[in-house]
Design a protein around this ligand. Structure first.
Ligand code: GLA
Length: 706
């Protein structure tokens, strides 16, 4: 059980999970320090931290700079301030004092609440620290409140970070992050943290392809299997900013918040601004253990249905693109069902005048030429084949060439006297407006009520531009209100249609974050379905997010995007490391390919609980000629190994791959060959791999304890 202890004499709060502690200290000046983040300490040990030499006070800066957990702008502190406001008289400095604190427990969780208020101005700041059972993740939020009487002037909130995470002194600081772009998401880099401020951000209104709202720091020596790793993530799907600051004395912090800079949120008297959550995790055992701890937390605390296995899906996008019709979808569904697919998803092109990407977005009724009797004939056909039915929607958008836009040209994000920038011929609906959010809810709700839809692929294919109109007095809350209203619509749809599952998509992986993962069931990882590129994307994705939610399709060869040719087995094995889907043009697949695909789908189903619910070990990274990933049952009774060899250089012999997470005393049987292996030998020396000849060779090995 997590524990929070207050030591009143020294004004310490010690927050402890199973293996880690975060210690807060209120100094005599009333500033809240992040005193410790690392291995678990008991209260006596934590109190002794105060006996360590105090940070020295150098000229032109207070000693607390870069060490504050509640980093409010003000005084002789020049580093990043997580809380920045401007009062009506122009004053920007905050002087916060603690006005109360409490520790609350519920259902195994425990939460610390610290209340601060400005000494003079009408603003209170509440900081919360939540620990959940069995996890070292700390979940933090901040709530700002205008405490003035009605009629008092508003307070401008310029930045409200959810959390400022203070790191202890380390021998070095290395930043792990993912960067990317469309069709190249989740590219992992590890670089020394520069002195000064490193800002990871999205100004797009979505969390973005370019970066994801998380970061990890280590001392520069951590490996996949060893070393301490500090991570933080933000549960938010709109614009965001993560500021990593390294000062000259190696005071290092990670501050995570919604909103990019500059935006202003005007807080009226009595009004509150509650930030989304930032989650922080200290872990030992290298990057692999850090990822497994994040996966465990996300599966147990974030995902709505972690115990459900994601179905094998078929998606028609790469097969038919916009050339959709009842007959070609039925034909694809027939072939998909014969292969063992469990969910058939019809992609873009089924509605309004959407026969290409320049028309129809917003008009969510079946195209009468393509589906004269509505969707029921196709849905019935799919259900009759024993599959679930899924449908693509992109409800946050409209094409100027649509009935919706013709009726409501003011519903889109726009600014007066400004051009309306189109991207993919479309404009963003202003969901911050309640009537637009209501329309969106009613439209999708109606679609779900009128049709037996089991699954939605919820897409969002462009970022914000000309984000307006803004509110009175230049209030930029539109950015946050959009995301909050989107969450509210999704929450309501899920509550009213509890059997419907949702895939989060934004031109592939353009909006992957813990905010949407709490409201969807899987993500469309990337529009790049090339299986070799995918190994890199999946490696970066797995740093934080579990395989269970990682949609991965087998498509055609040569790949339509990269033109790379790869064997069918390699394409399958690459996609089997996540939630397997098929996205190829099955009408072109040979009988032999269809038969082999059916075997591979069946093989995936036997290892699916391991992949989707087991522990993931990244055995060898995708930059290596032979790369591999292993999934192990929590109790070590079974494992699935997926290995990939780009080419066989220099006539190398058969590889032997060291495994992890197994029981040394146990013996394991290979499902395909019946061959027996000793756990101890698999761990110490490895599993001999039989890979096919040629480039892009791969294998799936399933081992079970005998
Ligand atoms: C986006 C998605 C694709 C597909 C198309 C349809 O690009 O990422 O998977 O759904 O839209 O237009």
């Amino acid at each position: 059980m997590p524990q929070i202890v207050h030591v009143p004499d020294q004004q310490l709060w010690i927050l402890s999970g199973p293996a880690a502690s975060y210690v807060l200290h209120l100094d005599p000046e009333g500033l809240l320090h992040g005193l410790h983040w690392g291995p678990r300490l008991d209260p006596e040990q934590a109190a002794s931290l105060l006996d360590l030499p105090a940070p020295i006070h150098r000229g032109h800066q207070v000693a607390a700079d870069g060490r504050l957990d509640l980093a409010a702008a003000g005084g002789a502190r020049f580093g990043h301030a997580g809380i920045q406001v401007r009062f009506a008289d122009g004053t920007r400095d905050l002087e916060l004092e603690l006005t109360g604190h409490r520790i609350e427990s519920a259902a195994g969780s425990v939460e610390l609440v610290l209340d601060f208020a400005d000494r003079h101005y009408p603003l209170s700041v509440e900081t919360r620290y939540l620990l959940r059972p069995g996890s070292d993740v700390i979940e933090r939020r901040v709530r700002l409140r205008h405490t003035g009487a009605a009629g008092t002037e508003p307070v401008s909130v310029l930045r409200a970070d959810s959390a400022t995470w203070v790191l202890p002194p380390l021998d070095g600081y290395r930043l792990s992050q993912v960067h990317g772009q469309w069709a190249a998401e989740s590219q992992l880099t590890r670089t020394e943290l520069a002195y000064g401020e490193t800002v990871l951000t999205s100004r797009r209104g979505v969390s973005g392809h370019q970066s994801q709202p998380w970061a990890m720091l280590d001392d520069g020596t951590a490996t996949e299997t060893e070393g301490a790793v500090y991570g933080c993530a933000l549960a938010w799907s709109g614009s965001w900013q993560l500021t990593l600051q390294r000062l000259a004395g190696d005071e290092v912090l990670m501050s995570a918040g919604a909103q990019h800079t500059p935006t202003v949120h005007l807080l009226a008297p009595g009004e509150e601004l509650e930030t989304p959550a930032s989650l922080g995790l200290y872990s030992e055992g290298g990057f692999g253990a850090a990822s497994r701890a994040w996966h465990r937390h996300i599966r147990s605390q974030v995902l709505p249905h972690p115990d459900e296995l994601r179905p094998v899906l078929y998606n028609s996008w790469e097969a038919t693109f916009f050339d959709i019709g009842l007959e070609n979808q039925k034909a694809l569904a027939d072939r998909a069902a014969a292969m063992g697919v469990e969910l058939f998803v019809m992609d873009d092109g089924w509605f309004g005048s959407r026969t290409h990407d320049a028309a129809g977005l917003g008009d969510w009724t079946p195209n009468p030429d393509r589906f004269p009797d509505g969707l029921a004939p196709l849905i019935d056909h799919v259900h009759g084949l024993g599959m679930e039915f899924g449908l693509w929607v992109e409800p946050e958008m409209t094409n100027p060439d649509s009935d919706l836009y013709r009726a409501h040209p003011d519903w889109v994000l726009h600014q007066p006297h400004r051009h309306r920038t189109e991207m993919r011929n479309q404009l963003v609906l202003n969901l911050a407006r309640p009537e637009v959010a209501d329309w969106l809810h009613a439209t999708i709700d109606g679609l779900l009520r009128d049709n037996a839809i089991d699954f939605l692929k919820w897409d969002m294919n462009r970022p914000f531009t000309e984000a307006g109109p803004v509110g009175e007095g230049g209030d930029d809350r539109l950015w946050a209100d959009y995301t909050r209203n989107l969450y509210a619509v999704l929450d309501r749809l899920r509550a009213d249609h509890p059997a419907v599952r949702i895939e989060d998509c934004a031109s592939g992986g353009g909006r992957i974050d813990l905010g949407l993962l709490a409201r969807t069931d899987q993500v469309w990882t990337s529009d790049n379905t090339d299986p070799a590129d995918r190994l890199h994307i999946q490696y970066g994705f797995s740093q934080l997010y579990p395989a269970q939610v990682m949609g991965a399709w087998v498509t055609d060869s040569p790949n339509p995007f990269t033109r790379r040719s790869t064997p069918l087995d390699f394409r399958f094995h690459s996609a089997m490391a996540g939630a397997l889907g098929i996205g190829g043009d099955l009408s072109e697949w040979t009988k032999e390919e269809l038969a082999r695909a059916a075997e591979l789908v069946a093989a995936y189903k036997t290892v699916r609980p391991l992949v989707q619910q087991g522990l993931q070990y990244r055995l060898r990274g995708p930059e290596q000629e032979l790369s591999a990933v292993q999934f192990v049952a929590e109790d070590g009774t079974g494992t699935a190994v997926l290995a990939y060899r780009r080419s066989r250089s220099m006539g190398e012999g058969a590889p032997v791959l060291r495994l992890r997470g197994l029981r040394p005393e146990a013996r394991y049987r290979e499902a395909a060959s019946g061959r027996l292996h000793h756990g101890a030998v698999l761990l110490a020396r490895g599993l001999p791999l039989e890979l096919p000849e040629g480039d892009w060779a791969s294998a799936l090995v399933h081992l079970t304890v005998v």
